[in-house]
Design a protein around this ligand. Structure first.
Ligand code: TYD
Ligand code: MG
Length: 469
């Protein structure tokens, strides 16, 4: 017999406990443990989110070779960037979480996408905005070439708007309207009767998401959840949701920049290295299919402190403008500040410059900025960072038709980077005349097949000579 089980879950960090405690043993907050009843109809496994996967009909194991797995049909979202990040479209019956800071454009992205899905019935549940607000926004987005969807033979639009926060009522409406796709904006506003805590609390979010997952798996309807990211940058507090859903997409960007980046953080049906780029316009988000051209400043001629890197984020290469400003520290201690780049990595590179190449930067302020509000994690950017810093330090501009790619090691060696052919091809496509690459990467390629001049470098000092003579 299934037994209801009571757990206590910390609202801040997700720590579980079978007994109530006043102070969370994990994050140390007081009074944060909330009662959490599991839906449980399942064996004695401790964690609730593993319980939800059991469908409860006592299935027997089947030999792998007898399981029929047709290639997953995918719903074409009518948006190349989104399709790619999802791994080729949305899988029917999947639960996808789209996370991002408030105001970044999550509702806009999803609304403009569902407006395009003319052949699908979509139920858009909003707990945040009124139906009128959504209509106004849809009209604003309606200036796009895509017409508002109207199902054939009916006057009705294929998009239904529901302003509701009770999960139970939402289920009733889903049963009634039988949509192909349900959007929930946002998971933080939805509330279920099975848990006694306020909407947005961890136990509510977790219970609602788990219940929705079960529903999606059972009924074949796809569900997109929109979730706000907390100040700390995690999705809805702890990682609870990430365990539950099939895919987690993160929408990020700086409020002050127009670019928005859609990343896949987790995907049960595709790769997590994919990346989509959008530009926020007055009439919605525009897909950016050639990001490099947008990210480069046109007029770099004669400016010092700028180096162009060929980095790979996701599956695509980008030409990224790296800007540095090195100036004498006004106060005793030198400042180091970075935007879009890890500051520890900058410190490491500055130490390499000091120790291996002999540049004294200890008394200098160093500011580093990745243009366009991009956040780059590809280590191949290292060489560009070093080049930009030296360029600014000596006030020596780098020629505008030169770009660099390479990871820098602690001994000042230039380490090989992945997918060099793609990087060279991108640089060539954008009209660069020379590219500095790690010597080691020469092995796999034939430099003669490219028009662009390929300059292999083994050490930072060598790269410095190549760039600044
Ligand atoms: P929104 O989608 O509401 O963000 P989220 O759902 O992530 O909280 O987008 C909010 C911002 O986007 C808002 O500040 C206005 C801006 N925006 C545009 O610039 N152009 C548009 O066409 C739309 C609809 C919004
Ligand atoms: Mg919103």
């Amino acid at each position: 017999m299934a037994k209801d089980k009571t757990l206590y879950v910390c609202d801040y960090c997700g720590q579980e406990s079978v007994k109530w405690v006043g102070k969370c043993p994990s994050c140390g907050r007081w009074n944060s443990m909330k009662e959490f009843r599991t839906l449980s109809n399942s064996p004695s496994r401790g964690r609730t989110h593993s319980l939800v996967f059991s469908q409860g009909n006592g299935e027997c194991p089947s030999p792998l070779n007898q399981i029929v797995a047709d290639s997953e049909p995918r719903i074409d979202m009518g948006d190349e960037e989104l399709n790619r990040v999802l791994g080729g479209g949305l899988v029917p019956g999947s639960l996808v979480l789209l996370g991002g800071e408030p105001g970044i454009g999550k509702s806009t992205l999803i609304l403009q996408t569902v407006l395009r899905l003319t052949d699908k019935k979509v139920l858009y549940v909003s707990g945040e905005e009124s139906a009128r607000q959504i209509k106004l926004r849809a009209d604003r987005l309606g200036t796009h070439p895509q017409p508002l969807p109207v199902k054939e033979g009916s006057e009705e639009s294929g998009l239904l708007i529901l302003t509701e926060t009770s999960l139970e009522h939402i289920y009733t409406q889903i049963e009634e309207t039988q949509p192909d796709l349900v959007v929930i904006d946002s998971i933080q506003t939805i509330q279920t009767e099975t848990v006694e805590s306020s909407p947005g609390s961890l136990s509510q979010i977790r219970e609602c998401a788990a219940s929705l997952l079960k529903y999606a798996k059972g009924g074949g309807v796809s569900i997109i959840l929109i979730g706000h990211i907390t100040k700390e940058g995690t999705l809805a507090g702890p990682k609870v949701l990430e365990h539950i859903v099939d895919a987690v997409l993160q929408f990020e960007g700086d409020q002050h920049y127009m670019y928005r980046i859609l990343r896949s953080i987790k995907n049960r049906f595709g790769s997590t290295s994919e990346l989509g780029i959008y530009e926020m316009k007055h009439d919605g988000l525009r897909q950016v299919s050639n990001p490099s051209e947008l990210l480069l400043t046109d007029d770099r001629e004669g400016l010092s402190g700028i180096a162009i890197a060929c980095a790979i984020e996701g599956a695509r290469p980008f030409m990224i403008e790296t800007q540095a400003l090195v100036s004498t520290a006004a106060y005793g201690t030198a400042q180091r500040s970075t935007t879009g780049y890890e500051s520890r990595r900058l410190n490491m590179l500055l130490a390499v410059l000091e120790k291996r190449v002999g540049f004294k930067l200890a008394t200098k302020d160093v500011f580093l900025n990745i243009a366009g509000g991009l956040r780059v994690t590809d280590p191949a950017l290292d060489l560009a960072v070093i080049a930009a810093v030296l360029s600014s330090n000596g006030d020596m501009p780098i020629e505008t038709d030169v770009c660099v790619t390479g990871e820098v090691g602690l001994s000042g060696e230039i380490r090989p980077v992945s997918r060099i052919e793609q990087r060279i091809a991108e640089a060539q496509k954008l009209g660069f005349q020379r590219i500095l690459i790690p010597s080691f990467n020469l092995k796999g390629i034939n430099p003669k097949q490219y028009k662009i001049e390929i300059v292999p470098v083994r050490r930072v000092a060598e790269a410095v000579r190549e760039l600044f003579g």
